[in-house]
Write a protein that binds this ligand. Structure first.
Ligand code: HEC
Ligand code: HEC
Length: 253
C-alpha cells in the first residue's frame, strides 16, 4: 500500500513533467525569452532540446533524491528516508556521457544491483524518459575537474554575483563602481589560472571583509558548500582552457 501511494505521487509528478513542456512553450513570455538569452550568455554551452526535456524530468522526479544540482542532497535524502545516491558532480560520474551513464545503469539493473528505489523509479518511467533525464545529468555534472555543477552555478551567479563581478565575469557589474575595493575580474584571476579550486572555494565561503576589508560577502553564511562548489565550477569557465571543453551536443546523444 505504501509503495503504491508513493508510486502514484511519482507518476503524477512525471505526467506533469512530460505534459508541462508542450503546454508551456506557446505561452512563453517575453520574460522567458530574456532569461533564455541571459542563460545563453552566461553558460559555456547551450542545452539541446533533449537535455531541456531531461531538465524538466530531473527537476520534477529525480531531484527529490539526487538534489537540484545532482550532489545527492535532495530533500528525501536529507530527511533520512532514502540512502544517499552518488554525487553526479564528482569522480567517475562527472566524466560519464549520457550513453555511458545509460550503459552503466542498465548493467546494474540487469544484475539487480541498483537500490530498490531506482528499480522502482525505472519501472515507472518509459526508457526514453529516463534516458532524457540522463542526458541532462551528463550536462549537469560539467566540468569533471570540479566537484560542482557549472550549470547550477550559472543560475546562482546571475542572482548573487553578477551585480558586482559582472555578467561576463570582468568585475564590472553595476554595483562595482560604488565599491572602494574593486571586485575580482574572473577573466584574469590568478587563482582560476592556477586551477586552485580549493582556494576559490575558501574565498567564496569566507568572503573578503576580514582579509581585504572588501565588500565581498562571506557566502558560507548563506549558501551550502555544494552551492559554493557549483559557483567555483561556473566561474572557472570564464577562462577558457582552465577545465575540459564543454561537451559537444552530440555527446549527449
Ligand atoms: C526516491 C529516490 C530517488 C529518485 C526519485 C531517483 N533516484 Fe536515482 N538513485 C537513488 C539512489 C538511492 C541511488 C543509489 C543506488 C544504489 O545505492 O545502488 C541512485 C542511483 C542512481 C544512478 C546511478 C546508478 C548506477 O548504478 O550507476 C543513476 C544514473 C540515477 N540514480 C539516475 C536517476 C534519474 C535519472 C532519476 C530520475 C528519473 C532518479 N535517479 C530518481 C535514488 C533516487
Ligand atoms: C557586493 C559586491 C560583491 C558580491 C555580491 C560578490 N563579490 Fe566576490 N568579490 C568582491 C570584491 C570587492 C572582491 C575583491 C576583494 C577581495 O578579494 O576580497 C571579490 C573577490 C572575489 C573572489 C576572490 C578572487 C581572488 O582571486 O582572490 C572570488 C572567488 C569571488 N569574489 C567570488 C564571488 C562569488 C562566487 C560571488 C557570488 C556568490 C561573489 N563573489 C559576490 C565583491 C563582491
Amino acid at each position: 500500500m505504501k509503495g503504491r501511494a508513493k508510486g502514484s505521487v511519482l507518476l503524477a509528478l512525471l505526467l506533469t513533467a512530460c505534459g508541462g513542456r508542450q503546454e508551456a512553450s506557446p505561452e512563453a513570455t517575453a520574460g522567458d525569452a530574456a532569461r533564455a538569452v541571459v542563460d545563453t550568455l552566461l553558460f559555456p554551452f547551450t542545452l539541446t532540446e533533449e537535455q531541456l526535456e531531461g531538465k524538466a524530468i530531473f527537476e520534477t522526479v529525480c531531484w527529490t533524491c539526487h538534489g537540484p544540482s545532482g550532489h545527492g542532497d535532495g530533500p528525501a535524502v536529507l530527511a533520512g528516508s532514502v540512502p544517499r545516491p552518488p554525487d553526479f558532480t564528482t569522480g567517475d560520474y562527472a566524466k560519464l556521457t549520457r550513453a555511458q551513464l545509460e550503459a552503466r545503469f542498465s548493467a546494474a539493473l540487469a544484475a539487480r544491483r541498483p537500490h530498490p528505489t531506482m528499480q522502482y523509479v525505472s519501472s515507472i518511467l518509459q526508457p526514453e524518459v529516463f534516458s532524457r533525464a540522463l542526458a541532462y545529468v551528463a550536462a549537469l555534472s560539467y566540468p569533471p575537474e570540479v566537484p560542482g555543477s557549472a550549470l547550477a552555478g550559472a543560475q546562482l551567479y546571475r542572482e548573487r554575483c553578477a551585480g558586482c563581478h559582472g555578467l561576463t565575469g570582468d568585475g564590472r557589474g553595476f554595483v562595482a563602481r560604488q565599491l572602494t575595493v574593486a571586485p575580482a575580474d574572473f577573466t584574469q584571476d590568478t587563482l582560476i589560472r592556477q586551477r586552485n579550486f580549493i582556494a576559490l572555494f575558501t574565498r567564496i565561503k569566507q568572503g573578503g571583509g576580514s582579509v581585504h576589508g572588501s565588500a565581498m560577502p562571506a557566502w558560507g553564511l548563506s549558501l551550502l558548500d555544494n552551492d559554493i562548489w557549483n559557483l567555483v565550477a561556473f566561474i572557472v569557465t570564464f577562462q577558457p582552457g582552465t577545465v575540459a571543453e564543454p561537451p559537444a551536443p552530440q555527446d549527449g546523444e
